[in-house]
Design a protein. Structure first.
Length: 147
């Protein structure tokens, strides 16, 4: 639920996710969008304008993960989602300008953190905990150097 910002949010997500964004519903006339359904990276979302209710806010308690194949993709989503008043945080998390939280996560991080060797998995997690934006080379080095 957006506080009268749904139309701006839909435009923002379309610009950020480009070919990975698809508008699924016909939201009405410009300036009158009350609800919308869309998909981002194949995940469907339904959203609506809840009106100007400042008590209804997104929190860090709900986030959406973007699994990135390489550092270029991590860098892109990290910068784009936190632009225009968004917020960068730790461990690959960002908030978009509307307060929605996203985890910008390289797939190699997930692979290394689930290593059967607990020392390698722990070293990977410890490296990640020291980062804001995830740096794949540093994740790989921590994983490789663990015994």
């Amino acid at each position: 639920m957006y506080n009268d910002q749904l139309e701006q949010a839909v435009k923002f997500y379309k610009a950020v996710f480009k070919k990975n964004f698809k508008l699924l519903s016909k939201p009405g006339k410009p300036g009158e969008m009350k609800s919308a359904s869309f998909s981002i990276l194949g995940q469907e979302f339904s959203a609506f304008n809840g009106g100007a209710h400042p008590e209804f806010k997104f929190t860090w308690g709900v986030s959406f993960m973007i699994q990135c194949k390489d550092q270029k993709e991590v860098d892109y989503y990290w910068e784009k989602l936190s632009s225009n008043g968004g917020e960068k945080s730790q461990c690959g998390w960002v908030r978009d300008p509307f307060g929605l939280s996203w985890q910008v996560t390289p797939t190699v991080l997930l692979k290394c953190m689930s290593d059967k060797n607990p020392n390698k998995a722990r070293a990977t997690a410890e490296a990640m905990m020291k980062m804001d934006k995830i740096i794949i080379a540093d994740i790989k080095a921590a994983h490789k150097n663990a015994r």
